[in-house]
Design a protein around this ligand. Structure first.
Ligand SMILES: Cc1cc2nc3c(=O)[nH]c(=O)nc-3n(C[C@H](O)[C@H](O)[C@H](O)COP(=O)(O)OP(=O)(O)OC[C@H]3O[C@@H](n4cnc5c(N)ncnc54)[C@H](O)[C@@H]3O)c2cc1C
Length: 465
């Protein structure tokens, strides 16, 4: 390790700023070149804003279920209130403020670590340099190693162009000041499902247009089935096998035309069509950095690209588009380059969550892999409805599913569907990361009554003599 190493990072999202912290900790000089404010899309337009919006929608969902638990609402004259309403302008103002504050916090931490942040657009120059175009002109910065962590942007189609008012990308929804009368969400992947679920909980009429036969086609099929059942029961119109051809606007009406000729009309439409990597005009070809057909930078498991000294992290690599993975790829790059202990990225240890209501959290090997024979595993699925805490809280939907190896009993994966599944998955993640057996997971005490009791109970059911 040498303090003379200069690391230059293009992009200040989790892939970039986490790498900057590690490099600074290991004694390197660090410069981050970023266009939009540190924190990246994760903080300014994607994770942080969407999860802040979802915090309000969760509260609304809880309030909607409050009567079952014996709570009545009264208006200021003491009469029974018949509805609760959301003030979207206030919600969105809070979302934007929280995101901006988070970016300021990250900038302050980088500053404390002695990281220089250059506001501007970076691209690779010759001989391990980065050329930053700033308001003051061009600066060429020499590096010992470079990390490209430029993220990705919402995919749009020529036939479905956002206008920022009624046809919106997920980055534009926080400019809404009034509740949409009838919202159409196109795309039933994680982003589409999260927004559809969130706005439904806010009391909005939502239609979800899905090109596949079920929502969340990439997730555990049992989990998707529970979610789709809950969403439709709560009044969402879920259109399966419905591929969008175009989205057009006429005055206050937005029309989604499907490839089979059907049309769906609403007041607003959110496009959740996936992401494209921000890898154009970065000088990648000239620097010998290989990309795949989709424009994603090709990396190995320690974040190296095909060009010596150039690493890449996060969404621009398309490895697994999560903030947590971006951050880990960035850290791994620096541990690798600066000679610290490093373990290659292992996607089978990544836990992830879909922040719908109910949430869906997963880690490790999936049911699909087990069914396809890629991994031999025993499976137990335990509905949450039997859990005492769930009954007290009025929770009926959801389950805990665990996979363990036959013979050794080592836990290799799990799925949790339910409220706060994102928190409940953690013991399963530890079991997967540390190769714990189902018995070990079962034998740790859980609080009574608790939802986590179902994780232990599922593990107990995998006990074999
Ligand atoms: C709606 C939504 C919700 C999400 N929620 C979650 C979640 O809950 N949990 C989770 O783990 N993941 C979530 N994700 C995914 C997560 O946002 C991304 O995986 C994460 O942002 C990737 O981080 P990154 O560092 O690669 O890129 P980004 O966060 O996109 O940051 C890249 C930065 O680089 C800048 N940049 C681009 N080009 C240049 C250039 N040439 N020069 C200088 N700067 C440049 C960009 O402006 C940006 O600031 C969500 C995604 C979406 C769309």
């Amino acid at each position: 390790m040498s303090s003379s190493n200069h690391i230059v990072i293009i992009g200040g999202g989790p892939g970039g700023y986490e790498a900057a912290h590690v490099a600074a900790q290991l004694g390197a000089e660090v410069t981050v070149v970023d266009t939009d404010g540190v924190g990246g899309s994760a903080v300014l337009t994607d994770c942080v804003p969407s999860k802040t919006l979802i915090a309000t929608s969760e509260l609304m969902a809880d309030l909607t279920g409050a009567q079952e638990l014996g709570v009545n609402f009264r208006d200021h004259e003491g009469d029974a209130a018949t509805s609760i309403a959301v003030d979207l302008a206030r919600v969105n103002a809070r979302v934007k403020q929280l995101a901006a504050d988070q970016s300021v916090d990250i900038a302050a931490r980088l500053d404390r670590d002695g990281v220089r942040v250059v506001t501007g657009r970076g691209r690779l120059g010759p001989d391990l340099t980065v050329v930053a175009t700033t308001a003051d002109g061009e600066e060429t910065i020499e590096a010992d190693a470079i990390i490209v962590a430029t993220g990705a942007s919402p995919r749009t189609l020529p036939s479905a162009q956002p206008d920022g008012e009624r046809i919106l990308t997920w980055e534009q929804v926080y400019d809404l000041t009034e509740v949409p009368e009838k919202l159409i969400v196109v795309g039933s992947g994680v982003t589409g499902a999260e927004f559809a679920s969130a706005y439904l909980s806010l009391g909005i009429d939502v239609t979800l247009v899905s090109s596949r036969d079920r929502v969340l086609p990439g997730e555990d099929a049992d989990a998707s089935a529970v979610l789709e059942d809950v969403l439709t029961r709560r009044g969402m119109n879920v259109l399966g096998q419905s591929r969008m051809q175009s989205v057009t606007r006429d005055g206050d009406t937005v029309t989604v035309t499907l490839t089979d000729g059907r049309t769906v009309s609403g007041s607003h439409c959110i496009l959740a069509l996936g992401s494209v990597p921000n890898t154009a005009d970065l000088g990648l070809d000239e620097a010998g950095v290989r990309t795949d057909d989709g424009g994603f930078i090709t990396v190995d498991r320690v974040s190296r690209t095909s060009a010596r000294g150039v690493y890449a992290a996060g969404d621009c690599t398309g490895v697994l588009m999560l903030a947590s993975v971006a951050a880990m790829q960035g850290r791994i790059a620096m541990w690798h380059f600066l000679g610290d202990a490093v373990a290659p990225l292992d996607l089978k240890k990544v836990s992830s969550n879909v922040f719908t209501s109910p949430e869906i959290a997963t880690v490790g090997w999936s049911q699909k892999s087990v069914d396809a024979g890629e991994m031999q595993a025993e499976v137990v699925t335990l509905p949450l409805a039997g859990n005492a805490r769930a009954k007290m809280q009025g929770v009926r939907d959801g389950f805990v599913k665990l996979f363990c190896r036959p013979g050794t009993g080592i836990v290799v994966g799990g799925v949790v569907v339910g409220p706060r599944a994102s928190e409940l998955i953690h013991p399963v993640s530890i079991a997967v990361a540390e190769s714990l057996t189902a018995d070990q997971l079962a034998n740790a005490f859980t609080v009574y009554p608790s939802m986590s009791g179902s994780v232990a109970e599922a593990a107990r059911r995998l006990h074999r003599v």
